[in-house]
Design a binder for this molecule. Structure first.
Ligand code: MN
Ligand code: MN
Length: 301
């Protein structure tokens, strides 16, 4: 390993440590009736205090919402009682991204979903190694879930992470699959089983709302405020996802809405709609980022 590889590894490990500490703090504070925006802002500020940057907005996805909800500005939504709350966070240090998630359960009836997601994640971590086929890894996850009388969400996957990239290259489906690839030595992957009930559809579809965005192409803008906003996005988030909360007070308030609308309609930005379980059944998730080593893997988060 040369010195630049070594520095990269140190940054990746630092990113993982920041995220692990943040996740454990968030696990303690999430409560029923709490404002979702308070969870998002707390997680994002902890990541910054610890010397990292958020790699994407803190996702707080409730019950049948499987992923991709973050608070819009001034969000008044609260964590409902008896809910299943997935908190998914990402950090980067100089572009070295890590990604982790937990499910906090306020309904004892759904505790089995959380346990299945965690056990499936553990079995994936125990099995992952260089040259393992992604289908075998998916089959291990799938079997762990189905033997508990539950169902994996088939169209949500883990993924390789890269520099300034949350989803890079290879996907890691949570089920066996035909077109598979190989896990590679020295690569970093986020492994994330999603679990739902056995009578659910077991897949997600796009929901109504979009709260997370990223730069697509820096298209020229006529509106000077749109131009200014786009420049801010390019400089601060590059190709990483962001929330509208992060764009407050960049341009005058009275011009913000139109500027943001222009960026969307010119396709300079793309949005990630929320993912909702197709049959509206509750979903649990667990996620770690791992570095593949000769022996297996190092859990970074
Ligand atoms: Mn994640
Ligand atoms: Mn992920």
């Amino acid at each position: 390993m040369n010195s630049s590889d070594h520095q990269a590894l140190e940054k990746l490990r630092k990113s993982g440590k920041i995220l692990r500490e943040t996740r454990e703090k968030i696990r303690e504070i999430v409560q029923e009736d709490m404002l979702i925006i308070d969870v998002c802002e707390k997680a994002e500020s902890l990541i910054k205090e610890k010397g990292g940057k958020p790699a994407f907005p803190c996702n707080v996805s409730i019950n049948e919402i499987a992923a991709h909800y973050t608070s819009p500005p001034n969000d008044k939504t609260k964590i409902p009682s008896k809910s299943l709350v997935k908190v998914d966070i990402g950090a980067h240090v100089d572009g070295y991204v890590t990604d982790t998630a937990i499910t906090v359960c306020f309904n004892p009836e759904y505790a089995i979903l959380v346990e299945a997601a965690e056990v499936a994640l553990r079995s994936a971590i125990e099995n992952i190694r260089p040259e393992l086929s992604t289908s075998k890894l998916g089959a291990t996850i799938e079997k762990t879930i189905t033997t508990r009388g539950l169902k994996p969400v088939s169209n949500l996957t883990g993924h390789q992470v890269g520099r300034y990239l949350v989803h890079a290259g290879t996907s890691l489906p949570n089920v066996a699959h035909l077109i598979s690839s190989k896990i590679k030595l020295g690569y970093t992957y986020a492994v994330e089983p999603f679990v739902t009930l056995s009578d659910a559809a077991g897949r997600v579809e796009n929901g109504e709302e979009t709260t997370i965005f990223r730069l697509s192409k820096p298209k020229p803008q006529k509106n000077p405020y749109a131009k200014q906003l786009l420049q801010y996005i390019e400089e601060n988030f590059r190709t990483l996802p962001f929330a509208e909360r992060w764009l407050q007070n960049i341009v005058p308030n009275s011009h913000y809405k139109e500027a943001f609308k222009d960026l969307l309609s010119s396709k300079a930005l793309i949005g990630y709609p929320v993912f909702v379980e197709a049959s509206r059944k509750p979903v649990a998730q667990a996620e770690h980022t791992v570095l593949v080593t000769k022996e297996g893997c190092e859990v970074l988060t």
